[in-house]
Design a protein around this ligand. Structure first.
Ligand SMILES: [Zn+2]
Length: 109
């Protein structure tokens, strides 16, 4: 296996090529260095991801505690239903008033 072929398999070789990669790495210090460098990049990316997750957790917590995000409160849905019921009531009342007006209008003639 050449250096180029080996490096394409780094940092985590395919299972089918693992033996060949390990054989090459045992004999080639530059490729071993490359593997270690790539593993270090992997570790740092993972650390960055964990750092970002912790940050996102804090932001979410702060938002929930500050009432910015209403995720834990079902009240807005109840409020929506109440508003809808009020509008429906108002509409029914309006139609009823119109009906009574027309009825009394034609009856008094
Ligand atoms: Zn090599």
């Amino acid at each position: 296996m050449t250096c180029a072929e080996t490096r394409r398999q780094l940092p985590e070789p395919e299972p089918a090529r693992l033996a060949q990669v390990e054989e090459h790495l045992a004999l080639c210090p530059p490729c071993r260095g490359e593997q270690e460098a790539l593993r270090e990049v992997d570790r740092r990316i993972e650390q960055l991801g964990q750092h970002r997750l912790r940050l996102a957790d804090k932001v979410l917590d702060a938002a929930l505690q500050g009432g910015v995000l209403p995720l834990d409160r079902p009240a807005p849905l109840a409020l929506q239903r109440m508003r809808r019921a009020l509008w429906l009531g108002a509409a029914v009342f309006g139609v009823l008033c119109l009906f009574l007006m027309l009825w009394s209008f034609f009856r008094l003639r």
